[in-house]
Design a protein around this ligand. Structure first.
Ligand code: SAH
Length: 250
């Protein structure tokens, strides 16, 4: 009888501890799935860098590290996050796109950015390219002609703590005189010619990357180098496809 009573006490105890154990197990697995979320994206990011960027020849360690550090999934619309690390551009609204990761890395490397550089970008879009540059250089000035895109990028970059990036809504064709000259200029929309104000605002010894060609066709990515003496050299780098550089919104 005594034995039976003990057994009756023990049984609920066993159930209780089983219940408590499974509760804490649930809790643990919930936590790890939350952590797994960013771990998951980090894994995808490292894979992206190895398979899409290193494999195609980008070797500047500063650029690779920046591409590993900037959480690209936070720069695409929420419903696109699962494909943020794919080998392609993605729509960001208003008919615009965030460039393919490889192109972002390739263009960044082309500029040979250094930590004390001041960079200027035409075409903020999502803010991703600016964030990648911002991880390498001292300061980035970037202009976006579509106000809702520029405002959203500003908010996104501020929330993510990028405090060396300044955004202005407006036409980047004329550059940003106030902060010129720039060590690096990157234009992420295609123009049918190289805007003269941008050449003027490039520092001696500086570099500019810009897709040149007709809108909605294949364009050429050009590298413009200004020598220490102020001489201009233009190199045709590779065929690319960008959204057009426009002079006004609407
Ligand atoms: N660099 C962006 C992608 C750019 S898409 C990113 O990392 O997400 C090209 C962007 O250039 C678009 O957002 C477009 O609105 C902008 N744009 C086009 N013409 C412009 C101009 N004249 N001045 C500033 N931005 C311009």
């Amino acid at each position: 009888m005594k034995v039976l009573v003990r057994a009756n006490y023990k049984l609920p105890l066993v159930f209780c501890s089983f219940f408590a154990l499974s509760l804490s197990f649930c809790h643990l697995s919930y936590c790890s799935s939350l952590q797994g979320d960013s771990e998951h994206y980090k894994k995808l990011r490292y894979k992206m860098v190895n398979r899409q960027i290193v494999a195609r020849g980008v070797a500047d360690e500063k650029v690779l590290q920046a591409m590993r550090n900037v959480p690209r999934h936070l720069f695409v619309p929420e419903n696109r996050r699962s494909t943020a690390y794919g080998d392609f551009p993605l729509p960001i609204g208003y008919g615009q796109t965030i460039s393919q990761p490889y192109i972002v890395a390739f263009m960044t490397e082309l500029l040979k950015p250094e930590k004390d550089d001041v960079a200027f970008e035409v075409g903020t879009g999502s803010g991703y390219q600016a964030a990648v540059l911002g991880k390498i250089v001292k300061r980035v000035y970037t202009m976006e002609i579509i106000p809702p895109l520029g405002n959203a990028a500003e908010k996104r970059l501020k929330e993510a703590g990028y405090d060396n990036i300044t955004i202005k809504v407006g036409d980047g064709y004329n550059g940003w005189e106030e902060h010129a000259p720039f060590d690096c200029i990157i234009v992420t929309a295609a123009s049918d010619h190289i805007p003269p104000p941008l050449i003027k605002q490039l520092k001696n010894g500086g570099k500019m990357a810009i897709p040149v060609g007709h809108p909605f066709q294949v364009q050429n990515l050009m590298l413009i180098e200004k020598s220490e003496e102020g001489e201009i050299q233009i190199k045709n780098i590779l065929p690319v496809r960008f959204v057009p550089l426009r002079r006004k919104w609407r």
